[in-house]
Write a protein that binds this ligand. Structure first.
Ligand SMILES: *[C@@H]1O[C@H](CO)[C@@H](O)[C@H](O)[C@H]1NC(C)=O
Ligand SMILES: *[C@@H]1O[C@H](CO)[C@@H](O)[C@H](O)[C@H]1NC(C)=O
Ligand SMILES: *[C@@H]1O[C@H](CO)[C@@H](O)[C@H](O)[C@H]1NC(C)=O
Length: 542
């Protein structure tokens, strides 16, 4: 058979198999009866887009879960919260608070398998938990239950006016509602509610980091993995939420900093208007600065259960957070993807002093300029920014935004947690590094892995043939599922030829995940060491 006919045969049988759905037995969950499907290849059962909460009035915490009497057929593959597509139209809807559950076959309430709950990334303004990207075929065969979810995004999920009508963190409260649903129901689907690992990437990794900090999430999970995201990342936390809230209104020519007036104004606008109004970025800054709506510190308001009432820095430095075993990691060329998402015109306009991350504050302009000069030396290495030299900024797009925050967070946690912290640096460059291959390939020769590359060794996708990279997929999923099972990615007797030791404060190290494993210092180059120094002096704390 020619390659083409093989392809058609594969496509056709996938399509045909989906037409003849094989339903699971009916499970009586807290919402009502639910039926999923058995995967065409018999590898697992899936329960797609079960509503875990009802959509409340805009900006409020999610409502109670919807209930039903008739069997709910959990087969809808494609639900997402409303978001912009290419800045010109919106996709997704408002009925989006749903989650997907994937289990091995033949499990019952006595199986008590470890549960891995994944929180998707997308800058808190895009993405979904759908299996188009986050498919279960690699993780579930390792004997875990996988849950993925949607949560409200952008203004709808993250406006923070600190008033009763819009207290803030609605999207994080959605995630908490999903975790509570898991507590209520996962036993019936074969999972152990006392063995829950949350993991997430990018904004999802930052979300996991916020759940570690939030009193609202206490007890809802027992281990946590952050991939390329932290509550300490400059883009992940709103220091001045009312000001941020005023920006979209101002772009629509409504100028106010009064939370009640802003609330009234936003309530008079459609979802599409709120999402498609794009606040222009400040000249000289980079694309990441366009992320505006993210978690915040709420005001204590009577009758409102807050997600967070103190800043990440305050909670971490006081050691007041949910102490659990952690895995924390990043990829070695994080910045490549974000650099490739920015356009040439704006990259050539970058000025280091204007692009200094917003979670730094300086006692004087002189000191700021001094730091900017040193950063310029470290990144541009004495050259002027031009078409020829601009890829020197690739590391600028990654170091302070994605790598150093996770290292900072690790250092804080090491001071106050008695649980192990496993640090990794994912550096593997193979056939499934899709973000790099598809998006960032043309930027230049940057060996290693960029932002989100590791996801394609954890999750299966319909559209990408899964015969590539079996070995690497096996290594990565074994580390992740071992951690979910035992709180240790390389327990005694593990099949991997490596022992991954927890990080300690005396010699902080990380495991380098590449075709061969090795170890490296946690602060693995001079630029990162300089950032560490800068943050120790100038961190904006709240
Ligand atoms: C480049 O990005 C800037 C900032 O988002 C935008 O204003 C400009 O129109 C873009 N230019 C091109 C050529 O796409
Ligand atoms: C979690 O699940 C694993 C695998 O089934 C089991 O060995 C472990 O004891 C469980 N941990 C807890 C805390 O229940
Ligand atoms: C700290 O970690 C390093 C690297 O894994 C290890 O060699 C060292 O023995 C550890 N030190 C302590 C005090 O545990």
């Amino acid at each position: 058979m020619s390659l083409w006919s093989v392809k058609w045969l594969v496509l056709w049988s996938l399509w045909a198999a989906r037409l003849v759905r094989q339903p699971t037995t009916t499970h009586h969950l807290s919402n009502g009866p639910v039926r999923g499907s058995i995967a065409p290849d018999g590898s697992h059962a899936s329960y797609l887009n079960i509503p875990y909460a009802s959509m409340p009035q805009r900006f409020l915490a999610p409502g109670p879960e919807p209930k039903w009497d008739q069997t709910f057929e959990a087969v809808n593959e494609n639900v997402r919260c409303i978001q912009s597509m290419a800045d010109i139209l919106t996709i997704g809807g408002t009925d989006c608070l749903s989650l997907n559950v994937y289990t091995p076959l033949n499990v019952d309430p006595d199986s008590r398998l470890p549960v891995m709950v994944f929180i998707h990334g997308g800058g808190f303004f895009q993405g979904s938990g759908n299996m188009l990207i986050y498919g279960p075929n690699y993780l579930v065969p390792k004997g875990v239950i996988l849950v993925t979810m949607n949560y409200r995004l952008n203004i709808q999920g993250f406006i923070c006016l600190r008033i009763k009508e819009a207290p803030g963190n609605a999207g994080m409260k959605d995630q908490v509602a999903a975790l509570r649903w898991v507590q209520r129901n996962i036993r019936k689907l074969g999972g152990d509610p006392d063995n829950v690992t949350i993991f997430g990437e990018s904004a999802g990794g930052a979300s996991v980091s916020f759940h570690v900090l939030s009193p609202m999430s206490k007890g809802l999970f027992h281990k946590a993995i952050t991939e390329s995201g932290s509550a300490l990342a400059p883009w992940a936390y709103q220091f001045r939420p009312i000001f941020m809230a005023s920006l979209v209104a101002r772009t629509m020519l409504f100028d106010s900093q009064d939370p009640h007036e802003l609330y009234k104004y936003y309530m008079s606008k459609s979802d599409d208007e709120l999402i498609l109004t794009r606040v222009p970025r400040k000249p000289g800054n980079i694309i990441i600065s366009e992320i505006l709506y993210t978690p915040c510190t709420e005001k204590v308001i009577e009758g409102v259960e807050p997600f967070l009432t103190e800043s990440p820095y305050d909670l971490l430095s006081k050691g007041e957070y949910n102490k659990v075993p952690l895995m924390i990691g990043t990829n070695n060329e994080e910045g490549l993807l974000l650099f490739s998402a920015d356009n040439e015109t704006s990259i050539l306009k970058v000025e280091i002093e204007k692009a200094i991350p917003k979670n730094l504050e300086f006692p004087s302009q002189t000191e700021k300029i001094k730091v900017a000069k040193e950063l310029e030396r470290l990144y541009l290495e004495g050259e002027k920014l031009s078409l020829e030299t601009m890829t020197k900024l690739v590391k600028w797009y990654g170091d302070p935004y994605l790598i150093s925050p996770s290292l900072e967070e690790t250092e804080f946690l090491l001071k106050s947690s008695e649980h192990p912290i496993y640090n990794y640096l994912f550096s593997y460059d193979g056939w499934r590094n899709l973000p790099k291959l598809v998006r960032a390939g043309s930027v230049g020769n940057f060996p290693g892995a960029t932002h989100a590359d590791e996801l394609f060794y954890l999750f299966s996708q319909h559209i990408v043939f899964s015969n590539f990279e079996k070995d690497m997929i096996d290594k990565v999923t074994t580390l992740w599922t071992n951690f979910a099972k035992y709180g240790d990615p390389t327990p005694e007797g593990s099949s991997l030829q490596v022992k991954w030791n927890p990080t300690n404060a005396t010699t902080p190290t990380c495991l380098v995940i590449d075709s061969d494993f090795s170890t490296a210092p946690l602060w693995f180059n001079d630029r990162l060491k300089y950032w560490r120094d800068v943050y120790s002096k100038y961190r904006r704390k709240r």
